[in-house]
Design a protein around this ligand. Sequence first.
Ligand code: AMP
Length: 182
Amino acid sequence: MIVLDKKEQDYLLSTIRCINDFPKLGIVFRDITTLLNDKKAFKFLIDHLQKRYESYGLDYIVGIESRGFIFGAALSARLNIGFVPIRKPKKLPYITISQKYSLEYGVDEVQMHIDAFGDTKNAKVLLIDDLIATGGTAKASVELIKQANANCVEACFIVNLKDLGGEKEIAKLTKIYSVLEV
Ligand code: AMP
């Protein structure tokens, strides 16, 4: 399985900016815009993901709104396969399927177009997002992919905030790959 070595991980991690107390006091926000505007780092990351996933025989990449769109769309173009967006409610214009999930206070929801995987039966899908924290969004997204009768073969995150334990939640449903762990 293709993964980055420690030196490569440290390099990529050094291109992600940390913003303290954003959007709330006590949160360290991992700002991936500094990775994206560094052409060497962005290419290095997408090259790596291409190498890892070109042998998977994927039918689609599914990206989670909104930063999952950036990595997912770049990778799907490289792999010459389609890209499917998972969005927050009332953003997608056609008929949607939905999955609700719990937040600390209240519930949230993710949606996908009902025909997102076209005529492909049991589509082999990779889910991608920039970061996994508690895993709530990603878990609901894997369930949404299942609801669409597709097969989520792996969930990929650029950054895993290990202490928040989200990966354990996802590991119950599918394989998980985090490029970087902090
Ligand atoms: P969760 O559902 O708790 O795993 O949250 C994951 C989503 O929230 C991802 O789409 C991230 O983009 C965003 N997110 C959560 N925590 C952070 C953080 N510390 N820095 C950047 N993005 C975050």
